[in-house]
Design a protein around this ligand. Structure first.
Ligand code: NAD
Ligand code: DAU
Length: 336
């Protein structure tokens, strides 16, 4: 199998690559990544010397660069992770989000069409369904009601990817996962930000009343689901991937404080995120029924593993919390 991954230096893409190369399977794996603030080759240190692995530094929205990689590598499958993935950044600056998430997906689909790439998996998100009232859960036919520029760009790119199945008969599937957590996640997202702040004894900024609900999925479970869709998902189909662990944000934060031995007085309620979705909820019945996949990692075990990883990797945290990170932090949290 000759597999081209995009965004493999990020959180989920790097976990996917590490897992894929752990198996002795006959695999040639290429990784296209522009190394934005979220891309970090340290995440791939354990596989960078593997002769089955090749890194291509390229921007997926640059058609000539993508054409050069796809023409030379000739993948049998593309698994497309690369994205601007943070909702708050998309609210401050939507332009890079649209450029990468929508135009970048278009550029990749066009390269795959020209080169007749046999399989394309577009990695998307449950955020495309928007906020869902109790007691409902979205299946794959639920209406798309994206709230932020990030989720709108993902909804648009999902429709574009599916249109390449309908129009050009390309073998495209779309996955929509819930909130991921685990090692190597950039500390702008809820869980790693709260762990990093708690370990430093800093305030933990909770948006609004903290009663928003997210469904937590351990990153390796997500990667195993993507692999199942790559191998046996049907063309033109969407697959939801949930963690089956819905929790209010404040409870996640309290668990992190308990795991790091810090007091609840570190919690600071701050002004809510504009357009904040109250609740995400999806059903994963389809992927479970069709591929046999199920999440394996319980939230308690996954969170404890994750806290342990951040505790043991202070150098990694320090490297990613650069000047640019401080700038983003001040912009996002300074006025709240
Ligand atoms: P991330 O921000 O950690 O990593 C994104 C990667 O994409 C980085 O390595 C970055 O350098 C690269 N990238 C960004 N713009 C690029 C461009 N123009 N060209 C090439 N590379 C570029 O993101 P993540 O959390 O690992 O998310 C990966 C995918 O999974 C995204 O498509 C996201 O929408 C989706 N997703 C994420 C979650 C989650 O909870 N994090 C949940 C469901 C779906
Ligand atoms: O649902 C899948 C999505 O999950 C992915 O598509 C996105 O890429 C990923 O970023 C994530 O989006 P969220 O907006 O749900 O994740 P985030 O970690 O930014 O926030 C999770 C919840 O925590 C949300 O309700 C906002 C809240 N929050 C977040 C931060 C960063 C806070 O209360 N304080 C914070 O400082």
């Amino acid at each position: 199998m000759k597999l081209l991954v995009t965004g493999g230096a990020g959180f989920i893409g790097s976990a996917f690559i590490r897992l894929a190369l752990q198996s002795p399977e006959d695999l040639t794996l290429g990784n296209i990544d522009a190394l934005t603030y979220a891309g970090n080759l340290e995440n791939l240190a354990s596989v960078s010397a593997d002769p089955r692995y090749t890194f291509f530094k390229a921007d997926i929205a640059d058609a000539a660069a993508v054409e050069a990689v796809v023409a030379s590598f000739q993948p049998e499958a593309i698994v497309h992770f690369a994205a601007e993935s943070h909702v708050d950044r998309s609210i401050h600056s939507p332009e890079p989000v649209i450029r990468t998430n929508f135009n970048g997906t278009f550029t990749l689909l066009e390269a795959a069409r020209r080169h007749k790439t046999p399989r394309f998996v577009h990695v998307s998100t449950d955020e495309v369904y928007g906020s869902i009232d109790e007691p409902h859960e979205a299946d794959e036919h639920y209406p798309l009601r994206a709230s932020s520029p990030y989720s709108a760009s993902k909804a648009g790119s999902d429709l574009l990817a599916l249109s390449y199945f309908t129009t050009y008969k390309m073998n495209v599937s779309v996955t929509r996962a819930s909130n991921n957590y685990g090692p190597y996640q950039f500390p702008e997202k809820l869980i790693p930000l709260m762990i990093a702040n708690a370990l430093d004894g800093k305030h933990l900024p909770v948006y609004g009343d903290g009663m928003q609900i997210r469904d937590w999925l351990y990153v390796d479970d997500h990667c195993r689901a993507i692999r199942a869709v790559l191998d046996s998902g049907r063309a033109g189909e969407v697959y939801n991937i949930g963690g089956s662990r819905a929790l209010p944000n404040i409870e996640v934060v309290q668990r992190i404080l308990a795991a790091t031995g810090q007091p609840e007085s570190l919690i600071q309620y701050v002004t809510d995120r504009p357009g904040h979705d109250r609740r995400y909820a999806i059903t994963s019945d389809k992927i479970e029924r069709e591929t046999g996949w199920k999440p394996q990692v319980e939230f308690e075990a996954g969170l404890s593993e994750t806290v342990g990883w951040y505790r043991g990797n202070a150098g990694w945290i320090a490297n990613v919390r650069s000047g640019a990170y401080r700038e983003f932090y001040d912009k996002n949290y300074g006025g709240r």
